[in-house]
Design a protein. Structure first.
Length: 197
């Protein structure tokens, strides 16, 4: 039967099927700060838990239960992360394609399973640096150590650069906004005095 993203029943069935398959494959649910989405994790064998495969399922709480998000909101994503010696997580591998929730429920679950296997294999067989950390491909296409051992301590621990303020061009002045507190208090004062605002 074809999956209908507008049907809450179909979305709940897909959520249950995905979570059941992940549990069957040895994944455990984890919580991440800032998201309500169900995320599943599994450590890669032979890495002492420093490399994990994460599956962002797009399963969220809905009306007292769980269901996948509606159509067009997002897709199921699979990636591998490395926990460095300083405790930070860095992505080292991801699925070439995200899993779109189309077709049948079984087909979507099977595509998710294949992406999990591909990422797990990539994470388990990735090249290692001389320091023992895995290497990942940078945006420029270079193989880079996930522990950033090529940087000095001061370079590694410096804060991230802040984003520059947006420039609107010459002569632009931002519009002044009235405080909502002022307008609310003004409306209340007018109402008490019997005057229209």
């Amino acid at each position: 039967m074809t999956y209908n993203p507008n049907s809450l029943t179909d979305r709940r069935n897909l959520a249950n099927a995905i979570c059941a398959r992940l549990t069957e494959c040895g994944f455990t649910p984890v919580t991440r700060k800032g998201t309500k989405e169900a995320i599943y994790s599994r450590p890669v064998d032979g890495t002492d838990g420093t490399i994990k495969v994460l599956v962002y399922t797009s399963v969220v709480p809905v009306r007292g239960g769980f269901a996948v998000r509606k159509e067009g909101k997002d897709a199921i994503r699979v990636c591998a992360v490395y926990t460095s010696k300083d405790g930070k997580e860095r992505g080292i591998a991801r699925a070439d394609k995200r899993v779109n929730r189309t077709g049948t429920v079984e087909a979507t679950v099977e595509r998710t399973y294949q992406r999990m296997r591909d990422v797990y294999k990539t994470a388990a067989t990735c090249e290692r640096c001389h320091c023992g950390a895995p290497k990942f491909k940078s945006k420029k296409g270079n193989e880079v150590c996930a522990d950033l051992c090529f940087l000095s301590d001061s370079e590694r621990n410096r804060p991230a650069p802040s984003r520059p303020r947006r420039s609107y061009g010459r002569g632009y002045r931002p519009r002044r906004r009235r405080s909502s507190y002022v307008s609310v208090s003004y409306d209340i004062e007018c109402a008490l005095n019997g005057v229209a605002p």
